[in-house]
Structures are given as C-alpha cells and as structure tokens.
Design a protein around this ligand. Structure first.
Ligand code: ATR
Length: 281
C-alpha cells in the first residue's frame, strides 16, 4: 500500500460528500489504484488539517464548503481558473512540493450544459444570480462559452459590481439591482449560483424573468436545488437542470487533472441518479 496515491475531500460538514464515491468509481473504471477519503476540516483548523494531509504524502484534494476560499489562500501557486474564481475546489501537491490551487466549477458547468444537455450557449442572454465564488467561476466560463449578454444580480450590489469589473467586458456584462429584477425582460438561461437553497432560505424572484423557452439551472443539487427549480417550473420554464451533472463533471475534471485520464462521467452520473436523492451542493 505504500505507493498508493492518497487523495481526500475537505469540507465541514463532510458526511454528505459524493466525492469519495465518484473518485472510487472513476479509479475502478480507469484501472488506477488510489485511496480517496473524506476529511472533516472546520474553518478554524482548515490550514493545519490541509498541511498535515499534504506533509504526510497526500497527492491531491477536493475542497467543498466552506473551505474553498481558505484553500485558495493557502496555496503557493494558482491556475488561471482559480485566480478568476478567487476560490479553489482542487488542491494538488506539485513535484517541487508546492501546493497548487485550481478550480473546475466553471468548466464543469459548461460541459454539463453544452455536452450533456446539448444547450447552445453562444448568442444567449443569461441572468446569473449571485456573486460569490461559484458565481465568479460560472461568469467567466459563460463568457468564454460565447453568451451574448450576461446580466449579474446579487443581493449585495457591491459584490456584483466587483465581479463585473473583474470580467472587464462592459459591452456584454450588465448589472441589475436585486430589487429591479422585475423590470427585466425574459432570459434564455437563468443560473442560480447563490447559496440560498443550500441555506434553506427562500429567494423571491419575479416570474416575469421566465419565458416559454427559458432554461433554469441551479448549481446546487438535491433538496437545495428544489426551491429555485420549482419556482422556474411554476413560472413556465422550458427546462430545469440541477447541479448534479456539473458536480460529476467537476469531479471528472479534477480526476483528469491528477491522473491525465478522462473518466466516464455519464456512467458515474447514472450511478448517482439511480441512488438515493442527494442532499446538497
Ligand atoms: P459560494 O462559494 O457558494 O459562491 P459565497 O461566496 O458565500 O458562496 O456566496 C454566496 C452567494 O449567495 C452570494 O452571492 C450571496 O449574496 P451576498 O453577496 O449578498 O451575500 C448569495 N446569497 C446567499 N443567501 C442569499 C439569499 N437568501 N438571497 C439571495 N442571495 C443569497
């Protein structure tokens, strides 16, 4: 066992994480021997726990709530995707011993929408709700994917403004006040990147945002995605998509980042969907 590569996922709480199951599935199908555990890492002990894992020979880790910003901050080097998001969901020990922060959320979202759900993103008018780490990753990725117009709306307007500044595409990126959303026309795609569903807090939104061709996508999955997706269905959305496919794609991206092999994400998603309803993001 001495040379089996060790991986983990850090989060708090961590019992709900699907990452150990996903990476075990990927590894079995790709014929790679590895150990992948779940590690509880409360924010006040996050650095110490992460350091101990990597000092003890750990090769890589995924990071889930609430540690993504801390993971970004403690890394020595950052990929472009991590710098754009300002948070990291993948940590990797490089050959020189330094710790690299990476973010697969944006790429995972686009792969799920475009390749799994066959959604055309170019020339679309998109509303993005939220301006935290998940929203930042989604915003850069949606612009890269060619959307025509990206409207940002966040409860705290300063954060949306600062994301718009970082995106630096004034022609394509617009801001909407949270309370001014009922003055907007319908959107082709509405992406919920807030943590309201995960927190179990209602987020009243005007039905006028939804037309009969609107697609609604929540970055959360399971029960956490239901309030937003139910709202969209009731408002007449053509299609609703939860974040489970995106989660599988982000896991597949981190697997590929570490092992250089692309696992079968569709088979893993089918496996999860056949299992019990999953709780959250
Ligand atoms: P994450 O890493 O999941 O993006 P985050 O950085 O804490 O988490 O960001 C959470 C996002 O959800 C923010 O955009 C937050 O809005 P604020 O910037 O105003 O805090 C948004 N959010 C959380 N609870 C919300 C609620 N009840 N209604 C609307 N937006 C909410």
């Amino acid at each position: 066992m001495a040379d089996v590569q060790r991986f983990t996922v850090f989060g708090h709480p961590i019992g709900h994480s699907l990452s150990p199951r996903l990476h075990a599935l990927f590894a079995a199908r790709c014929g790679i021997a590895l150990e992948y555990t779940a590690t509880d890492a409360p924010p006040e002990r996050f650095r110490e726990i992460v350091r101990a894992f990597f000092d003890g020979g750990g090769r890589g880790a995924n990071v889930t709530l609430p540690g993504k910003r801390l993971a970004f901050e403690l890394a020595d080097v950052h990929t472009l995707a991590a710098r754009r998001a300002g948070v990291a969901n993948v940590l990797t020990r490089l050959h020189d011993g330094s710790l690299e922060a990476h973010n697969t959320d944006g790429a995972g979202l686009i792969r799920d929408l475009r390749e799994r759900h066959r959604i055309r993103l170019d020339d679309r008018r998109v509303l993005l709700l939220g301006a935290g780490g998940a929203a930042r990753a989604a915003a850069f990725a949606l612009l890269d994917a060619g959307v025509r117009e990206l409207v940002l709306a966040n409860r705290t307007p300063e954060r949306a403004r600062s994301l718009a500044d970082a995106l630096a595409q004034a022609g394509r990126v617009k801001l909407s006040g949270w309370n001014a959303l009922d003055g907007c026309d319908t959107f082709d795609l509405i992406v919920d990147a807030t943590s309201a569903g995960v927190l179990g807090v209602a987020m009243p939104l005007p039905r006028s945002l939804v037309g009969d061709a609107t697609i609604a996508c929540d970055l959360a999955y399971g029960e956490a995605a239901l309030p937003f997706l139910d709202w969209a269905r009731n408002a007449g959305a053509a299609q609703t998509i939860d974040g489970l496919g995106m989660l599988v794609e982000t896991a597949a991206d981190s697997f590929e980042h570490w092992h250089g092999l692309r696992p079968d994400a569709d088979a893993a998603l089918l496996h999860l969907r056949e299992g019990e309803a999953q709780p959250r993001r």
